[in-house]
Ligand binder design. Sequence first.
Ligand code: ATP
Length: 236
Amino acid sequence: MNKQSIRVENLVKSFGKGDSLVDVIDKASFSVETGELIALIAPSGAGKTTLLMMIGCVEEPTSGQIWLGDEKVYDNKWLNKDTRKIRREKIGFIFQAHYLIPFLNIIDNITLLPQTSGQSKEESEKVAMELLKYFDISEKALAMPSQLSGGQNQRVAIARALANKPKIILADEPTAALDNERSISVVKMLKKIAIEQNVAVIMVTHDEAMLPLCDRILKIENKKVVSSISKDSTFV
Ligand SMILES: Nc1ncnc2c1ncn2[C@@H]1O[C@H](COP(=O)(O)OP(=O)(O)OP(=O)(O)O)[C@@H](O)[C@H]1O
């Protein structure tokens, strides 16, 4: 059964002060359940990355509340000062560029974070190999990132985001560097992960072709966050 994985209430974000004050998000309230793949859309500069980074406990909101799973992590301040720990335990990040470390092979790229979080080499390599099999690139385990295609590297980046078994995946334009066919394959993969691994996925995208593959669309409109089901073309 799906359950609430992300909940945001009255979230506000402004940058700067006085004359240079920029209001970006005004009282956003929404939730995302496990199993859901959500597209986050808005014009450039409207606050997509800012919203994603607040949910990811990277950017501190101005006010409001955030729950990740059962834990309230923000209530007008971070409730746990160690936001890195929250990120490590609960969230997998995927970016437009894959940001794999060029001098580490694929398996070492995936096991780096779990090992720095205290997982044993054996256990982290076992999980990494399972993920590489899942993404159909296990034969590339010992290759270097430069030996893989853009689409393959992005699959490795998704595998890396899953290595700590997070319940939330935050993806900032994960398909921006890929052609249409590879973009569709990456987004379908994110949907499969959401369902099979009970993960909530929020994906920032500028690509309208990806919207029908998502369950719901969150749109930032005049600083407000509005939700629609993906089939509803009101916002598309
Ligand atoms: N650290 C910062 N200090 C001041 N203003 C910032 C800061 N970070 C972001 N902003 C401003 O907040 C607004 C939202 O930025 P954000 O990067 O979240 O937009 P976006 O929707 O992700 O844009 P894009 O689609 O171009 O990536 C912009 O006006 C930006 O200039």
